[in-house]
Design a protein around this ligand. Sequence first.
Ligand code: PGA
Ligand code: MG
Length: 243
Amino acid sequence: MHAQNDIPKAEILKGATIAFDLDGTLVDTAPDLVASLNLILAEEGLPPLPFDDVRKMVGRGAKALLERGFAAAGAPLDADQAPVLVERFVALYLGRIAHESAPFPGVVDALVSLRAAGAKLAVCTNKLTHLSVALLDALDLTQYFDAVVGADSAPAAKPDPRHLLATIAAVGGDPTRAVMVGDSINDALAAKAANVPTLLVTFGYTEAPVETLGGDLLIDAFSDAPSACITLLASCGRRNAGL
Ligand SMILES: O=C(O)COP(=O)(O)O
Ligand SMILES: [Mg+2]
C-alpha cells in the first residue's frame, strides 16, 4: 500500500514516538561505508567490491558488513581476525563518516514538521552508537532527536524487537503509539515483533524488493513521511480500540 493523501488530523502525532532507522532511511551513508570497506579490503590485499553490491549489504551493523564484504571478496573472515578488522574498519569509517554521506531529500523538513507537531523522535540503528552520533553531529541532525540507540546500546539489535522497544522507552514513549520508519527487513521484523506499524522507504538498502518486506506503508519520498506516520498512528489507534 502506498501513502494516501486523504490525511487524518495531525494532532495524533502529539506525544507519539517516531523511531527512525539511520543508514538507508535518514542518511545515504553507502558512499562512505563502501569506500571504508574497499579501503580495508585493499589493506588486506583484496580487490574492491562494486558499489551496488555493498550498498545492499548495509543494515546489520559493521561486523556483518565486514563478514559479507570479505566473503564476497573471496576471503571469508575467520573468528580470530574479525575483532581486529572490525576495529580497523570502524576507525577508517569514523575518519570519513560524512565525506560523501548526506540526508535523503526531504529528511530535514519532515523531522522539523514531526517535531513541530509534538512527536518524540528517536534513531534506532544497527550502527554503533558513537558512529551514529558522529554522523548525526556532522550533518547537523542531532538536534532533532530525543534519543539515539545504536546496536551496542540495546539489549539486542534489530531484527530483535527489544531494540525498538528500548528506543521507544528511551524517549519515554508508548509502543502502542509509535511508528518505525526504516528501509530493510531488519526494521520490518523488529517492528512487527514489537507490534509497531512499519513505514518503509523505497530508496534505501535492501537485498529483497522492498515491497516484499512486510511494511504497512511504503513511501517513495521523505516528504510523505509525516502524513504516512499520521495514517499509521490512526490505524494503530483503531486496532488498539478493537475496531
Ligand atoms: O548496518 C549498519 O551499520 C546500520 O544500519 P541501520 O541504520 O540501517 O540499522
Ligand atoms: Mg537501514
